[in-house]
Design a protein around this ligand. Structure first.
Ligand SMILES: C[S@@+](CC[C@H](N)C(=O)[O-])C[C@H]1O[C@@H](n2cnc3c(N)ncnc32)[C@H](O)[C@@H]1O
Length: 493
């Protein structure tokens, strides 16, 4: 029997679906579910269970080596349980850790990183290598971006909110403890305008209707806000209706600097389509982070937590600084490759440390932002390349080999799926002096680090692995960001 199969006949011994168990929850899994064990060692994942709880739970799924269970009753509350301050925490499900005291969340996230490195990466010394998670002083109202589906309530009125946990029913968002207050006001103003102007709401099941999503975005340091309306087609139901909507929203949210229409005609779960049209004002806002001013276009990726993005950027910068110092090199040396660079923040925050900066990113709009951001911050030794890292990297490395001297330093900040196998291969062969890995998924980071260490060793260049620093970019969720680095032994080539 393989893991993941369910069904009484295949389950072997122990509890089955429908059985009620009393369990002590010991830890959290990477999705934020509680992890407990039966006396015979069967692992049971309990949704809503927190470390330190004793619970009664009913088995809902059973596989060979684990089961899932629904929490029925708290027999004993964890001393780390707190009252969540958010009015929609239960229905929304976006913040599964909100009932856990913040210091305990930070420790649970550190544990997630340690476990991934040890179990998935099979890497020794994870416990000693992973530092305490860097958390927020005030872990509330931190999200600078809100993405809301648009639906209808029972009376047929438009609803701008979030999907009810485990369904596609749209629940209105009255307030949200982790969202920036400007975004909450923008969502409410957009809803009222959609209703007042009679804009047809998109229906997922039939593919009919027009307004699909509302995206609200704010510059935390500047206060500037943008509104993006995702529609199923470019053509407006009445000419000028979106300009009317912009006007209505502006009257309620004075921070609004622009409104953009994004067109997504596809019947898919992917929210944003490829085409943007400016309706009013600017299609970009300004944000300040880590001593930089960044221009962010309406739909380009940016870290959702500006205050913690600063912590992350500074951590990467410290790794580059530390590496140069360890080689006895003054700042202003070598090449920094910022792979998966988005709008360029990480590389630009370390640009003064290096002689040349090259950013690589597949989203052309983000690259256009990165180029403007370099100019805006007086960085004239940066170049940005549009394309998939797996295709661009071999060429950039070959160019570097042809050029003279200086260390080669690489930062990778891939999406959740981690590095493409071709990127690992190219890095192993090219053997840069420093690789800083920024990860939003400890599981893929662990896999990639293991492969990088194994392949570089096979290719004859040994690396030392530095400390791992978890950073809490997403308080009250199970997500955790982490930074680590590999440095090539043996000094300059
Ligand atoms: C986690 S974000 C990092 C962004 C940036 N480093 C920052 O801190 O804002 C990952 C970025 O990788 C880009 N991306 C995803 N797959 C890619 C690929 N195969 N090649 C290049 N860029 C990619 C995404 O568009 C996104 O901007």
């Amino acid at each position: 029997m393989t893991e993941g199969e369910t069904g009484e006949e295949r389950r072997g011994s122990g509890p089955g679906v429908g059985d009620r168990l009393e369990l002590a929850v010991r830890s959290l899994d990477p999705h934020g579910d509680g992890v407990a064990r039966t006396p015979d060692g069967l692992v049971v994942f309990v949704e809503g269970g927190l470390p330190g709880d004793r619970v009664e739970a009913t088995v809902t799924q059973r596989a060979a080596r684990h089961a899932r269970a629904r929490l029925e009753r708290l027999v004993e509350r964890s001393p780390q349980r707190v009252a969540p301050p958010c009015p929609v925490v239960e229905a929304c499900g976006g913040c599964p850790l909100m009932a856990l005291a913040y210091p305990a969340q930070l420790e649970a996230k550190r544990r997630t990183v340690v476990d991934a490195l040890a179990r998935i990466g099979g890497l020794d010394g994870a416990e000693e290598r992973v530092r305490p998670t860097l958390g927020m002083e005030r872990p509330w109202s931190y999200r600078n971006k809100a993405l809301h589906p648009v639906g209808r309530d029972e009376q047929g009125r438009p609803v701008v909110g979030f999907y009810r946990r485990g369904s596609h029913e749209v629940v209105p968002v009255s307030d949200c403890a982790v969202q920036h207050p400007t975004n909450v006001r923008l969502a409410a103003a957009a809803r009222d305008a959609i209703e007042a102007l009679g804009l047809p709401v998109y229906d997922e099941a039939s593919g009919r209707g027009w307004v699909r999503h509302v995206l609200a975005r704010v510059g935390e340091a500047t206060g500037e806000a943008l509104l993006v309306l995702v529609t199923a087609s470019l053509e407006e139901p009445r000419p000028g209706v979106l300009a009317d909507m912009a006007q209505r929203v502006r009257e309620r949210v004075a921070e609004l600097v622009g409104m953009v229409q994004n067109v997504n005609p596809r019947r898919t779960n992917v929210v944003l389509g490829p085409h943007n049209r400016l309706i009013w004002g600017r299609d970009r806002l300004y944000e300040r982070v880590a001593g930089l001013t960044l221009e962010l276009s309406a739909t380009a990726f940016f870290q959702v937590n500006t205050r913690q993005a600063e912590v992350l950027y500074r951590e990467v910068r410290r790794r580059v600084e530390g590496f140069l110092a360890s080689r006895g090199l003054p700042p202003g040396q070598g090449l920094l490759l910022d792979l998966y660079c988005g709008v360029g923040g990480i590389g630009l925050a370390a640009a003064d440390l290096v002689e040349r900066l090259v950013g690589v990113e597949e989203d052309p709009r983000a690259v256009a932002d990165a180029r403007r951001n370099a100019a805006l911050n007086g960085v004239d030794h940066a170049r940005f390349v549009v394309g998939p890292v797996e295709q661009v990297l071999p060429e950039e490395m070959a160019k570097r080999r042809a050029a003279a001297g200086g260390p080669v330093m690489v930062v990778v900040d891939p999406p959740r799926k981690g590095l493409d196998a071709r990127v690992v291969e190219t890095l192993a062969r090219a053997a840069p002096d420093l690789v800083v890995y920024v990860s939003c998924n400890p599981a893929t980071m662990a896999r990639d680090l293991r492969q990088l260490l194994e392949r570089t060793e096979r290719a004859g260049s040994a690396y030392e692995w530095g400390p791992v620093q978890p950073v809490d970019l997403f308080p009250h969720t199970a997500h955790v960001e982490a930074v680590t680095h590999l440095v090539r032994r043996g000094g300059a080539r």
